[in-house]
Write a protein that binds this ligand. Structure first.
Ligand SMILES: Nc1nc2c(ncn2[C@@H]2O[C@H](COP(=O)(O)OP(=O)(O)OP(=O)(O)O)[C@@H](O)[C@H]2O)c(=O)[nH]1
Ligand SMILES: [Mg+2]
Ligand SMILES: [Zn+2]
Length: 399
């Protein structure tokens, strides 16, 4: 009996995984993290600590229920696998033994898995975990990993909240994913145009789509961010219409949605866990349960970038370390007085920065640095890898 293992000489068995977004960068991450006998796979669901992982086995894609060994996830990764993670997986049969080769090709055979390593994350969308504030250490909670696009979903009507939008934008900016604002339920807006222009003042430079998903209105405007192999995550409060949007884009009922607009059912989530769906178009979309509180987990630059019009003025302040709270020669306060910048924006900026300072005092900087180093190394070897491959292609062409 021989076990399956990835052979880089003959080309690894990952062809079909490309449908889930696997690429050369993750392949290198896999080569660095995995041991013999392990397979690459993507976490498509997380529920109560159990993961559903999609792997290529026997030439086709299989979904495997997997547990995660405690040593597999470094603390810098939030302690547990997240939806969207690429992992190194060890498969076993019902008895916990390594499966025979036949088991891979038989769709009936029950395969289980154990996650042995998380591959370096290209992006990760995180918030501060809902831990106790009195605790010394704050915790990162990773909502989704390896996402290309963060679809920030906010409904017209009661859900509309510029301050919450700024918060989401700061998180998105820190994640590495490109933010896109999706205004849903445009049928509830008294003046949809006014909402869009308000959004454009808050989310400067961020693409904005306005949709009424049940009517199929505006869905086409999202297609640039739903290319095959791209991963998008739906973020927003409960009831904002994320799952409704997902179903509308998919053209079929993939996710459960709230049956009626039940305003008296506040706080009840319809979507119960995070899940990655592959649409027929080839796009990958992660649906998440609405978040009641979304606490910051970001760098100073991420927050500043959301308030670019204020941050731009700050360089004109007399003191380089101006806190913009009453110092002489403060360009920000001067602009506030003349009405050049918005008071509510200024206050939101100060508030988020204060929140960030609180966070930074408790965060473990070493963990963050270690994560950044990993990708630096991958990008470096990527350059070599691509060069080598180009050379190889060139050679075979010459021959
Ligand atoms: N009027 C109107 N209602 C909508 C629209 N889109 C969604 N809804 C309704 O809004 C309610 C909530 O929609 P969901 O898609 O379940 O919301 P969600 O964001 O997935 O909520 P959670 O899963 O709890 O996070 C449902 O009753 C939908 O029918 C819309 O464009 N207009
Ligand atoms: Mg939902
Ligand atoms: Zn100032």
């Amino acid at each position: 009996m021989h076990h399956i293992h990835v052979e880089f000489d003959d080309g690894p068995r990952i062809g079909a995984l490309r449908d889930f977004g696997f690429d050369d960068g993750f392949l290198l991450g896999f080569a660095a993290e995995a041991r013999s006998g392990e397979l690459p796979g993507r976490v498509i669901g997380v529920q109560r600590g159990r993961c559903t992982v999609v792997v290529e086995a026997g030439g086709s894609l299989r979904e495997v229920e997997a547990s995660s060994s405690p040593t597999a996830v470094p603390e810098a990764y939030g302690g547990r696998p997240a939806v969207g993670d690429w992992v190194a997986l060890r498969l076993s049969d019902e008895r916990g033994a390594p499966p025979a080769e036949e088991a891979f090709s038989s769709p009936e055979s029950e395969l289980r898995g154990s996650i042995r390593a998380i591959l370096p994350r290209r992006t990760s969308f995180s918030r501060k975990g809902p831990g106790d504030v009195s605790h010394d250490k704050v915790e990162e909670q990773v909502i989704a990993a390896n996402v290309d696009v963060a679809l920030i979903v906010m409904a017209a009507g009661r859900d509309w909240n510029p301050r919450r939008l700024e918060r989401y934008l700061a998180l998105a900016r820190g994640s590495g994913a490109a933010p896109v604002l999706v205004i849903t339920k445009t049928d509830l807006a008294e003046d949809a145009e006014a909402l869009i222009s308000e959004a454009s003042r808050i989310a400067v430079g961020v693409p904005c789509a306005a949709v009424c998903a049940p009517e199929g209105i505006g869905l086409d405007s999202l297609s640039p961010w739903l290319e095959p192999g791209q991963t998008a995550v739906l973020l927003g409060s409960s009831g904002a219409g994320k799952s409704t949007l997902l179903n509308a884009i998919a053209g079929r009922q993939l996710a459960k949605t709230k049956e009626v607009r039940a305003d008296d059912e506040r706080g009840r989530h319809t979507t119960s866990h995070r899940q990655l769906f592959r649409l027929d178009s080839g796009a990958l979309v992660i649906d998440t349960p609405g978040m009641r509180e979304i606490q910051l987990w970001a760098e100073q630059e991420a927050v500043d970038s959301v308030f670019a019009e204020i941050e731009g003025l700050a360089s004109a302040c007399r003191f380089r370390d101006c806190a913009h709270e009453g110092e002489p020669g403060c360009a920000v306060l001067a602009a506030l007085e003349t009405g050049l910048i918005d008071t509510s924006r200024y206050e939101a900026w100060q508030k988020l920065k204060a929140e960030l300072r609180f966070l930074k005092r408790r965060e473990d900087p070493a963990a963050r640095r270690a994560e950044a180093e990993k990708w630096k190394a991958i990008n470096k070897s990527m350059r070599g890898y691509t060069k080598e491959r180009r050379a190889a292609v060139g050679k075979s062409r010459d021959a």
